[in-house]
Design a protein around this ligand. Structure first.
Ligand code: SF4
Length: 364
């Protein structure tokens, strides 16, 4: 019975059982099909962060149809990446993906690199995504630990109801100890994707389907009588009415317009002016929107500020007096934003290089 992490024989039995189950139960997802390129794997892994697989299938296919190679994406304006991202949520991921594509072209000749170190050096590619791409695109034996894998291991191996909220070094070491060495014919990436699938379909967060689980007979948590979680309660995240919600509404207006939009077009999507201004300022600060000198707003890179300025010579707008700045500052002092500092694709890439990689492994 696998109650102690790292014991090879019991752990190996657990993984073998999960891999056998996966052979019949795996979903047919486009990024798992033979011939999927490393770039397509990277796209899928970024899209799957905090997003269920079912929601990713269509946007993934559309993205690959538009930009089939990493160089195609790198050659597009970052704003078009945001536009194509659509309603997938967490749109900064689109900028991260675009910045990573640029880095692949600049540093790796238009190829996605294969080592964890090189992948982690790409902008916006964090610990989880680097390992997932190394494993699933290149077959590297590295632990790939998303929230699903962590939950399965917490229950089946450690005997507790939940894993930690964030995946740490200890979790990577724990899962690394479970991976097959390869000598028994089970590749480590196959074990990883099988554990993920079990967490997504059977060992789910709220209601694990233990009666349908291939490792029910050796699951430490179940054999211990399914003890309740003793740690702090985890609150479900709300969405409606949050700043993230408002940002989504504002971004949808920019995304749906091929031209810069007037501030008044943004005003109508959220009535509360302080929150609206804060959300808009956040979009500009994150490089997801440009505040143009004429007071309009657009996606980054869609229209450069110089081309949006009227042809008639006019005094250059200053950050303190431009219409966009006034609009952003009218309702809120905006503690962290310089609204008229239009974010160019290059600036956005720099912003992303400075930002922490996403800590949010995929959910299923
Ligand atoms: S027996 Fe239940 S709790 Fe244990 S791994 Fe399977 S689904 Fe999860």
């Amino acid at each position: 019975m696998p109650t102690v992490h790292g014991q090879l024989e019991p752990a190996g039995g657990l993984v073998r059982d999960v891999v056998r189950w996966y052979a019949d139960a795996a979903r047919d997802l486009p990024w798992r099909r033979p011939g999927t390129s490393p770039y397509a794997v990277l796209v899928s892994e970024v899209m799957l962060q905090q997003t269920p697989a079912a929601r990713v299938v269509q946007p993934f296919s559309a993205w690959l149809a538009r930009w089939p190679a990493v160089a195609d994406l790198a050659g597009a304006p970052s704003g078009e990446a945001v536009r194509q991202w659509g309603r997938l949520g967490y749109p900064r991921r689109a900028l991260r993906l675009h910045a990573a594509a640029l880095a692949c072209v600049e540093r790796h000749g238009g190829a996605v690199p294969s080592t964890v170190a090189e992948l982690e050096a790409l902008p916006g590619v964090g610990r989880y995504t680097a390992r997932a791409v190394a494993a699933f695109a290149f077959g590297v034996r590295v632990p790939v630990v998303d929230v699903n894998v962590r939950r399965v291991v917490a229950r089946a191996v450690e005997g507790v109801a939940q894993g930690p909220v964030t995946v740490g070094i200890r979790d990577l070491a724990l899962v690394a100890g479970l991976l097959p060495a390869g000598g028994d014919g089970v590749p480590a990436p196959l074990a990883s994707v099988a554990l993920m699938e079990l967490g997504a379909l059977v060992c789910t967060a709220r209601t694990p389907h233990c009666s349908a689980c291939p490792v029910a007979g050796r699951c430490a948590w179940r054999l211990a009588g399914a003890p309740p979680w003793q740690g702090p309660a985890r609150r479900a995240q709300s969405y409606a009415g949050t700043d993230r919600f408002v940002r989504g509404r504002l971004l949808a207006v920019l995304r749906d317009s091929p031209l810069p939009v007037e501030a008044s077009a943004l005003d109508v999507v959220w009535a509360e002016p302080v929150q609206r201004a804060r959300a808009l300022a956040g979009l500009v600060a994150d490089g997801l929107a440009n505040a143009l000198p004429d007071g309009t707003f657009t996606l980054p890179g869609a229209v450069e500020p110089t081309t949006a300025t009227p042809a008639t010579p006019a005094p250059p707008a200053t950050p303190a007096t431009s219409p966009a700045a006034e609009h952003l500052e009218a309702a809120s002092p905006g503690p962290h934003v310089t609204p008229t500092a239009a974010v160019t694709p290059t600036a956005a890439a720099e912003h992303l290089r400075a930002a922490s990689p996403s800590p949010c492994p995929r959910v299923g």
